[in-house]
Design a protein around this ligand. Structure first.
Ligand code: HEC
Length: 148
């Protein structure tokens, strides 16, 4: 599938670019049950998401396009849902971080990069927010991918 190939290319390109971030590590005692992040990170991320991401990805990360797998007239993919219903859970944390930092440019996508706008912790909080919308089942499947 074209979309999958393109996502795979993101992984490869970011690996080559050596942009690897750090792992979530020990989330501490106040982390949300079974998750890497804290409730405070989700709260911070929700506010940041509303400001920087919701206009494209929807205020509940539900996506705004009818079909996120369908390219537009220019061959661009629409902003996909990030709420666990689309593809984002196929990506390890570091790839999600790098996608937010670099945007879609490395793979010819149209998402803007946020490296100059959001700090690492802020970008990570936006991930905490949209992952808080994932079911435990989707989160568990993501964890397997993230651990590879
Ligand atoms: C101007 C519109 C726009 C904004 C603003 C935007 N995105 Fe995106 N995003 C996209 C598009 C379009 C894609 C699909 C890839 C591409 O074309 O770059 C995408 C892809 C992604 C992906 C990869 C999803 C997947 O299934 O592989 C993540 C993660 C993501 N965005 C997170 C964010 C976060 C977090 C923010 C806010 C900090 C944000 N985006 C802001 C348009 C946007």
């Amino acid at each position: 599938m074209l979309f999958d190939l393109r996502r795979l290319r993101i992984v490869q390109l970011l690996a080559v670019a050596g942009l690897a971030g750090c792992s979530p590590g020990d989330a501490g005692s106040d982390s949300v049950e079974g998750r890497w992040y804290t409730a405070a990170q989700v709260d911070q991320g929700q506010a940041l998401f509303a400001t920087h991401c919701a206009s494209c990805h929807g205020d509940r990360a539900q996506g705004l396009a009818e079909d996120w797998k369908k390219t537009d007239a220019n061959g661009n993919y629409p902003p996909p849902p990030l709420n666990g219903s689309a593809h984002a859970w196929h990506h390890p944390l570091v790839v999600l971080e790098n996608t937010i930092a670099a945007g879609g440019a490395p793979v010819g996508g149209v998402m803007p990069g946020f490296a100059g706008t959001l700090g690492d912790e802020e970008a990570r909080a936006t991930i905490a927010y949209f992952q808080s919308l994932w079911s435990d089942e989707i989160y568990a499947r993501w964890q397997e991918i993230d651990a590879r």
